[in-house]
Design a protein around this ligand. Structure first.
Ligand SMILES: [Zn+2]
Ligand SMILES: [Zn+2]
Length: 396
């Protein structure tokens, strides 16, 4: 049997356990930094496989180290990452492995990521003797909101790691396809708050007031010109004002108006420029109209940038797993969504790729974070295969 056939047959054997694990995690979703049950299962499984396990990294993060039996001094270490957290969504799927916790649900596929990585650990630990390097299995908490990757990096999870790979299952990408691309793949995501200060007064006597609502209306419109007039059509970016709040009654000009929005960009330079310009435009407009504006930026997630060398290794692994016709590297696989895998990719070179799980026939065609989100579970072994092949190729 060739090594490739041996890998496929090992994965086939694991499929029932892989699906059972995913369903068990699906039934017991845990939110950011509360992944106690999940990380307990992960740690216990990694220990059973004979890995060196560290728990409690960034509160509920787990790391398992597999030292290759054929490692020489200076041998490389590749990390593979999965996220474990669920979302505050009430599941509406009528399935026998539905979430058992009201208001919590694995509505992004992280249950799949965790079970895929446990299966990869199983596959690679069987090959320990032949591995000429180490594999670090990184299970992070809190991808969705607070961000568990950054504290894991701060606590040393990427020390002695040479490269990192990981995947996201994607429900609006056709089942069986793999999207892998060099450069920026997921956008940065920042939140900003603008507080416009005017001068309150009677709605019938605007000349005695400075109206922060009118100023805000100009700001909302002008901010869009940062994309349409100051950004190249070849450099995608998004500015959205998602919240606006002002006033108490129809006949009062309020004192202040507050806006909140999000900025998405695909390079650190563009992100920085737009951040600066949001402040300049908002302040400039407010000042010119007799008011003032205070800008507060909450730095969210950086851009996910894939390294060309690691991307090539993952691409080769994808080609070997699903064939040329099912591997994409077009811009269509980029996402203006963000993922804090970006923090690991800032620490070491790596590749983050997507695996399609969309299958209307199985009801797996709802968007991520939707109460009816689900995946075609046949994509799970595909994810296992690509990650395992890429890690084996990297250490060759
Ligand atoms: Zn998500
Ligand atoms: Zn996600």
């Amino acid at each position: 049997m060739s090594e490739s056939d041996r890998l496929k047959s090992d994965i086939d054997e694991l499929v029932p356990d892989l699906v059972a694990m995913r369903r068990d995690l699906h039934q017991h979703p845990e939110l950011a930094f509360e992944e106690v049950r999940t990380s307990g299962i992960v740690a216990q499984r990694l220990r059973t496989l004979g890995l060196e396990v560290q728990t409690g990294i960034a509160k509920t993060g787990v790391v398992g180290l597999l030292r290759g039996g054929a490692s020489k001094p200076g041998a490389k270490t590749i990390a593979i990452r999965a996220d474990m957290d669920a979302l505050p969504v009430h599941e509406l799927n009528e399935i026998d492995y539905r979430s058992t916790i009201d208001g919590k649900m694995h509505a992004c596929g992280h249950d799949g990521h965790t079970s895929i990585l446990l299966a990869v650990a199983n596959i690679l630990s069987k090959r320990r003797a032949e591995l000429s390097g180490s594999v670090k299995f990184v299970f992070q908490p809190a991808e969705e909101s607070i961000g568990g990757a950054a504290p894991m990096v701060e606590e040393g999870a990427m020390q002695d790691v040479d490269a990192i790979i990981g995947l996201h299952l994607i429900s609006d990408y056709p089942f069986g396809r793999i999207g892998v691309r060099t450069g920026a793949v997921f956008a940065s995501a920042d939140r900003f708050m603008l507080t416009v200060k005017g001068k309150g007064g009677h709605a019938a006597m605007p000349e005695a007031s400075v109206d922060p609502i009118v100023i805000s209306a100009y700001i909302v419109t002008a901010l869009q010109t940062l994309i349409s007039r100051e950004t190249s059509p070849f450099s995608p970016a998004v500015i959205t004002i998602g919240k606006i709040q002002a006033g108490t009654a129809f006949n009062i000009i309020p004192e202040t108006a507050e806006m909140q929005g999000t900025l998405r960009a695909f390079s650190a330079e563009h992100r920085e420029k737009l951040t600066r310009r949001i402040g300049e435009v908002a302040t400039g407009i407010a000042t010119s109209m007799g008011g003032s504006c205070h800008q507060e930026m909450i730095n969210g997630c950086p851009v996910c940038v894939n390294d060309p060398g690691l991307t090539e290794i993952v691409r080769e692994a994808a080609l070997a797993s699903v064939g040329e016709k099912k591997v994409d590297d077009s811009e269509a696989i980029m996402s203006t969504g963000s993922d804090d895998m970006a923090c690991f990719l800032e620490a070491v070179p790596g590749c983050y790729f997507i695996v399609g799980t969309k299958n209307e026939g199985k009801g797996a065609n709802y968007p991520h974070h939707h109460p009816r989100f689900n995946i075609d579970e046949d994509a799970l072994p595909i994810g296992v295969e690509v990650l395992a092949r890429a890690a084996l190729d990297y250490l060759k």
